[in-house]
Design a protein around this ligand. Structure first.
Ligand SMILES: C[S@@+](CC[C@H](N)C(=O)[O-])C[C@H]1O[C@@H](n2cnc3c(N)ncnc32)[C@H](O)[C@@H]1O
Length: 262
């Protein structure tokens, strides 16, 4: 049997999202740079808007705008997250079914694009246009947060798996073109009955590298662009603690952040 929409987004969020961690990271980093709390946040490519709904829970001054083109995740987000907020919090969460390239929102303290969603833009021209539009929608004290992954292992045609409670998550690199960096990734799930659900999400992307994203953010006019790197745990894995860095360990695969400061 096919996955229901509820299962599809439940499996997705359990496998690849951690809104508490993202909200805390953005809040703390903003405070470190500007010595005050951020209140206005825009989540580009928001999907279900899990991060935005978490954001408005922080403080009654917090508002969030979640931007996505696709009605399916947005409707699921309203059911999964918005409905669990208090009515007063719901009023501070704004879903917009729009394109991130053309959306017009008030100027924000923070804009984020997570789970590598900006990899959808395959040319430098398009990515620059997006980054410029983000900068134009940030206040003078504003920060743009994106995540990024990389390392030679992540460009090989392999499948990684993560075993969760009653669920196995698979991340497969199905195509990678070393000339253009065009790539195709897919998410598969095995449910608690052992049934495989293949290609539940697929991503036709360009695999951008950290120095490219850095340079395009600088070109878009951010005054400072900061790369982060994760600390090590005792077993040689990541410890979840990301700090600004100019040198990273030359590892096989990594996930990290780059931020543009207005
Ligand atoms: C990889 S998912 C990311 C979802 C969520 N941000 C997360 O962290 O898991 C990418 C989302 O971007 C949306 N999307 C793709 N192109 C878009 C665009 N130009 N403007 C707005 N949303 C877009 C898709 O509909 C999809 O929901």
């Amino acid at each position: 049997m096919k996955l229901s929409l509820k299962e599809k987004y439940d499996f997705y969020e359990r496998s690849v999202q951690n809104p508490d961690v993202e909200v805390e990271f953005m809040h703390n980093e903003f405070k470190r740079y500007f010595k005050r709390s951020p209140f206005l946040m825009r989540e580009d490519f928001c999907g279900t808007g899990a991060i935005s709904c978490k954001w408005v829970e922080q403080d009654k001054r917090c508002q969030a705008f979640g931007i996505d083109l696709d009605n399916e995740p947005v409707e699921m987000g309203k059911e999964r997250h918005l409905s669990k907020l208090r009515p007063e919090q719901q009023k501070r969460m704004h879903y917009r079914l729009e394109n991130v390239l053309t959306t017009k929102t008030p100027q924000m303290d923070v804009i984020c694009a997570f789970n590598f969603s900006y990899f959808i833009f395959k040319t430098r021209k398009e990515l620059l246009k997006y980054f410029k539009s983000v900068k134009a929608h940030l206040k003078k004290e504003g920060i743009f947060f994106v995540d990024i992954f990389g390392g030679p292992e992540s460009q090989k045609l392999v499948t990684d798996k993560k075993i969760l409670k009653n669920l196995t998550y698979y991340w497969e690199c199905q195509k990678f073109n070393p000339i253009t960096h065009e790539c195709l990734f897919a998410i598969h799930f095995k449910d608690k009955k052992g049934k495989m659900h293949k290609n539940v999400f697929t991503y036709d992307w360009r695999f951008w590298t950290m120095p490219e994203v850095h340079d395009i953010m600088v070109e878009a006019g951010f005054s400072k662009v900061v790369a982060y790197w994760e600390g090590d745990d005792e077993d040689g894995g990541g410890d979840g603690d990301f700090k600004p860095a100019t040198q990273g360990e030359n590892c096989d695969a990594f996930v990290s952040y780059i931020v543009g400061i207005v």
